[in-house]
Design a protein around this ligand. Sequence first.
Ligand SMILES: Cc1cc2nc3c(=O)[nH]c(=O)nc-3n(C[C@H](O)[C@H](O)[C@H](O)COP(=O)(O)OP(=O)(O)OC[C@H]3O[C@@H](n4cnc5c(N)ncnc54)[C@H](O)[C@@H]3O)c2cc1C
Length: 424
Amino acid sequence: MKKTDVLVIGAGPSGTIAAAMIKNAGLETMIVEKLKFPRFVIGESLLPRCMESLEEAGLLDAVKAKGFQEKFGAKFVMNNGDICDFNFSENFTEGYTWTWQVPRAEFDKTLADACEAKGIPIHYETEVIDIQIRDDESSLTTVRYLDGSEEQIDAKFIVDGSGYGRVIPRMFNLEKPSSLPARQTVFSHFVDKNRDQVAQEPNRITIYVYNETTWVWCIPFSNGITSLGFVGYPSFFEEIEGDLDQKLDYLVRSHPELNERFGDCEKAFEAREIKAWSATCEKFYGKGFVLTGNVTEFLDPVFSSGVTLASVSAQNAAKLVIRKLKGESVDWEKEYMEVCMKGVEVFRTFVTTWYDGHLHAIFFSKNQNEDMRRQISSVLAGYVWDDENPFVRSHYKHVHTLAKFVKETQGEIVYTPIEQAVKS
Ligand SMILES: Cc1cc2nc3c(=O)[nH]c(=O)nc-3n(C[C@H](O)[C@H](O)[C@H](O)COP(=O)(O)OP(=O)(O)OC[C@H]3O[C@@H](n4cnc5c(N)ncnc54)[C@H](O)[C@@H]3O)c2cc1C
């Protein structure tokens, strides 16, 4: 049997940030990770706010040394060619004005290696299969190794950062349906051999509006690879003939700008799909455990909020776990769940108004108000806990009021789908 103060499940960003902070505070921690690293996971565009979490955990320098593609803003391109470009240097909220675009296999391995360098043991290819919480909140976790053998880990507290594995919500029946409809992506990594020929800022992350309900991410990495993914309703992809590779090829060819850049590029791997990613659960904490990252709530990829919400939740959870193990009392509802949900709700407003067209109206409106642009840019940088920002404090009201004003004064956004045939 192994013994530790805090058992962390999962070596994604939320697990490694939590473990690093707990270790920095002088507590013993270990990570159990189901897979062998490096492993693929989606979620390649970071937001500036996550830099603060990486910094506080003492993991930022390790990432800096890797030379990942720097990201200074985000560009949105409407399907009529209109452009809306946010620069994080113009943000309302003070903080980081840049971050990275990262192949997650390498990024997550960097964080995990930095944790090991701090003396945190990581047990790879080790899957949590059972957890028993005792009355005193300590626990006995059963893990299974690759060879089928099992072992138990005795811990004073558990941090569940198992991402899409959702270990504790599944085990303890905490799962709750998401309020968002199921969407799908078809994506791959492209060998971006034409990048040098792109006239303007070829390394900038760009979100293309493909049609009213479908959009595309284009995330260039520093290694010459670019991640390209279409996101829409499953019915949109079903209507396109062929296997996933053929669907993705067809979609790239149907978009003039993407076709010019990627039409003749090889894929680094065959097209993949992910479906129905939105998930949430009843409670982000319980007797002897706290949930961090995607296990808590994951909304949607459109604003690249996932890793940042994962990092900030891990940062906050770790501080509370440290306090708890030092014998202080913690109000998990108020100090943790409400704080997590505050950030999630701001992004929920932005995600839902992206899909209902309100944000399109705002982003692509003419004569934008510079103050509001800065406030919106701060949200897109992940600064979603800054109550000084009206688009954080009363996000729903501000987004809806501004969209209404724009639509009344400039007319509704007119969609001119590039591939109407695909949509209909
Ligand atoms: C289509 C799509 C696009 C996205 N794009 C972005 C983006 O551009 N930017 C962004 O910030 N986010 C994005 N996301 C979200 C991002 O993928 C997640 O928010 C992020 O990976 C969450 O990090 P995490 O540490 O919580 O979990 P993960 O990164 O998923 O790590 C969890 C780890 O736990 C391990 N694990 C699982 N089960 C067990 C078990 N039983 N025992 C032990 N270990 C286990 C897993 O192997 C994994 O390594 C996207 C999501 C989707 C679906």
